[in-house]
Write a protein that binds this ligand. Sequence first.
Ligand SMILES: O=C(O)C(=O)C[C@]1(C(=O)O)C=C[C@@H](O)C=C1
Length: 376
Amino acid sequence: MATLEEMRKELDVIDGQITSLYEKRMEICAEVADYKIKNGRKVFDRTRENEKLAAVAAGMSTEFNKKGIKELFEQIMSMSRKLQYQRLTDAGALGKLPFIGLDKLDMEGVRVVFQGVEGANNQAAMEQYFGKDVNYFHVAAFRDAMEAIEEGSADYAVLPIENSSAGAVVQVYDLLVEFENYIVGETVLPIRHMLAGVKGTTLSSIERVYSHPQGLMQTSRYLDAHAGWQQISIANTAVAAKKMLEDKDVTQAAVCNEYAANLYGLDILARNINDETDNSTRFIIVTNQKVFLKNASKISICFEVPHESGSLYHLLSHFIYNDLNMTKIESRPVEGRSWEYRFFVDFEGNMADPAVKNAIRGLREEAMNLKILGNY
Ligand SMILES: O=C(O)C(=O)C[C@]1(C(=O)O)C=C[C@@H](O)C=C1
C-alpha cells in the first residue's frame, strides 16, 4: 500500500491540474462576459446551468460523487457569474441608478404622518428626527400612513420597524412591499417607561395604575413590588397619561413615556421602571420619491427565492463576495403561496458604490421580485 506521503504527492498533481483548468475556465468566462456585454445578454442562464449539472452528474459512477460534482459545479458557475458581473460593472454596463442621489433631504415645510395618538412613541420618534416644530398629523393604522404618503397628503411617514426586545413589526415589512414608497432615514428611540400622575400624586397616594398591557407587562417587576396597586389595562400608554390629566385624581397613576407625561403636564414619580433597561425601537422614515442620500450607508432590500435547496445560500454569497456586511435578515410568508418566503436584508453600503451595484445586479438576475426598499 502507498504511504500517506505518496498519496499526498498524487493529490498534489491532480490539484495542480484542477487549479490550472479552473483558471483556463475563468478566462473563457471573462470572454463570455465580454460577448454578453456586447450583445446585451443576461449573465445568469438557469437552463444552461441545469443542463451542465445534469451532464457532469451523469459522468459519475456513484451517487455520492454525483452529489459532490453537482455541488462543485454549482460553486464554479457561481464564481463564473460573479466574475461576469464584475466585468459588467467595470465596463459601465450597469445602466442608470433607479434612485436619485440627494445631498440632503427636503425638510422645509414638509408634512409628516405617524400612526397613533398624541403622545405616542411614534410621535416622539417623529420629533426626534424632524424636530419639535414639524407640521404633522396622525392616522389610525400603518396602512393609512402609507396611503397618505403615496397619495401625497404627507411627504414623509414615521413607522416603527423593529423593537430590541419584541423584534420585527411585521405589518410594516409587508406594507413596504405592497406600496411604492421608499425608506430615506431611520431613528432609534429608547423606550423608557415612567410612572406619572397629576400634581400632588405620591407613591403612597396611588391605588390604581393604568397603561397599555405591554406597558404593564414591561414594568411588572416594579409594579408588583407595590402590592396595593391595582393594575388596569387601557388602549395605550398615551391614553393612560391623558386620563391622568382629565381625571385629576391622586389615587391613580399612568405608566407612559416621558414625552406623554410632559405633553399632559404630569409629574414623573419614578423614572425608567422597565424590567429590561435596554429597550429601544427603530423607526423608519418613508417617502414616495425614489431618492437616497449621497452619504447613505445602509441599504434595505427584499427578494423571493426559488423553492430549491441552496438558493438562499447562493443569493447571500453576493454579499460575501462583494465584501458587504449584512446587518439583518428577516423573512415573511409570500401571500398566496404557502410555505414560500420573502427575505428582507439590510446591509452596509451606498447605491453609488460599485460593490453594491455588483451585488444588486447579481441578486436582481438570480432572485425573484427584488425590490430596493431604500438607502439611508
Ligand atoms: O454559458 C454561459 O452563458 C455562461 O455564462 C457560463 C456559465 C458557466 O460558468 O458555465 C455561467 C453562467 C451562466 O448562468 C451559465 C453558465
